[in-house]
Design a protein around this ligand. Structure first.
Ligand code: FE2
Length: 196
């Protein structure tokens, strides 16, 4: 790499790979979520991400470059952590809080990446690119704020109370109640997904 322009193209490829990985991960996160508002937030972000991919493709077309040829390993790692969380099968309310944490890491990674390429575009005199990238950057920022609001208004609170729910459902008996509480939570989760 010999110039800022080449670095710009490399960073754009990285983001293109990141967005496409996110597109594959979002349906999984949506299925794992129990909270309706969180499911909706993931589904809205999936549609938004499709438009963000299109914006990047427009930029690559103008540059006469291919968007392919790079795998964003940072995003791969972040999404892998989200996958691991789901596989650990936490209480549904706790999983929702954890999914927000994973999604916000993804958003912050993207915010860093888009902020950088937007600044490079300006430096390189690519004003149209800069405004397209700024649009995406704004959307990522809004998604991040929306997730914070969901966490603070309800999901973290429900996660904190998840254990209490299990206790009350399990009735008495210290050793048995945890297990039954867990089963109860799973049952609720099944109902939630069946209702979709
Ligand atoms: Fe994105």
């Amino acid at each position: 790499m010999k110039s800022l322009r080449e670095l710009y193209v490399e960073e754009l490829k990285d983001l293109y790979s990141a967005e496409n990985q996110i597109l594959k991960a979002l349906p999984r996160m949506m299925r794992a979520a129990s909270d309706r508002d969180l499911q909706r937030a993931f589904s809205q972000h999936e549609k938004q991400t499709q438009r963000q991919v299109k914006r990047l493709e427009r930029i690559f077309k103008q540059l006469g470059e291919s968007p392919r040829g790079k795998k964003c390993k940072g995003m791969e790692g972040l999404l892998e952590e989200g996958k691991e969380l789901i596989q650990e099968r936490p209480e549904p309310e706790v999983l929702d809080a954890g999914l927000i944490a994973a999604a916000q890491r993804v958003e912050h990674y993207e915010i860093a990446g888009y902020g950088t390429v937007r600044t490079y575009a300006r430096q390189l005199g690519e004003e149209e690119h800069a405004s397209l990238l700024q649009e995406t950057l704004d959307e990522e920022g809004e998604t991040d704020k929306k997730l914070t609001a969901l966490a603070e208004s309800s999901i973290n609170i429900e996660a904190e109370q998840a254990d209490d729910d299990g206790e009350s459902m399990g009735g008495n008996g210290r050793s048995g109640s945890g297990g039954r509480g867990r089963a109860g939570a799973r049952g609720r989760r099944k109902t939630a997904s069946a209702a979709r």
